[in-house]
Design a binder for this molecule. Structure first.
Ligand SMILES: [Zn+2]
Ligand SMILES: [Zn+2]
Length: 142
C-alpha cells in the first residue's frame, strides 16, 4: 500500500501537521474522546495510524499551548492565537506518539461514522499500552 500525506493547519497557520498513512480516509478509525479536555471541544475528531507517521510544524512555538490534564501523560496542542486544538502528543521511552485532531485537515474527506470512546476507567498501564498500539509515531519534534 502506498502512503498518502494529509495536511492540516490551524485557523491562523501557526500549527501545521502532515499525517502520512496508507489507510484510506473512508476506513480511518475516527472517534470522539470523552475526557474532560476533549468533551469541551465538541467538533474534535481523533484519528491515528500506528503504522503511519506524523510531523508537526510550528511557525511560532511560543504561541502553542500544551495542556496537561488527568494522568498528565500527554500534551494537548492548542494554538494560542486561534484556539484550534491540533492533537495530543505523548513522549515515552519508545518515542513520541500522537493522536491527531483531523477537524483541521486542509482537504474535505469522506470519513466513516464516528464512535465515542471513554477511557476514563483505564488504569495508567493499560492507557500507555493502548496508546503505543494505536497512536501515530511522530517524526521530529512536537
Ligand atoms: Zn492558529
Ligand atoms: Zn480526550
Amino acid at each position: 500500500m502506498t502512503e498518502k500525506a494529509y495536511k492540516a493547519s490551524c485557523g491562523c497557520h501557526n500549527i501545521r501537521y502532515c499525517f502520512n498513512t496508507a489507510v484510506l480516509p473512508g476506513v480511518w478509525p475516527v472517534r470522539k474522546c470523552t475526557c474532560s479536555f476533549c468533551s469541551r471541544r465538541t467538533n474534535h475528531v481523533h484519528c491515528a495510524d500506528p503504522n503511519g507517521s506524523v510531523s508537526y510544524e510550528f511557525s511560532d512555538p511560543e504561541k502553542v499551548t500544551r495542556y496537561r490534564h488527568g494522568t498528565k501523560t500527554a500534551d494537548f496542542l492548542v494554538c494560542t492565537s486561534c484556539d484550534s486544538y491540533m492533537g495530543a502528543v505523548m513522549l515515552t521511552d519508545k518515542g513520541r506518539f500522537a493522536v491527531l485532531n483531523i477537524e483541521h485537515l486542509v482537504d474535505d474527506l469522506l470519513l466513516p461514522e464516528m464512535s465515542s470512546l471513554a477511557w476514563e476507567s483505564e488504569d495508567l498501564g493499560s492507557r500507555l499500552a493502548r496508546r503505543h498500539k494505536t497512536w501515530t509515531p511522530v517524526i521530529g519534534a512536537a
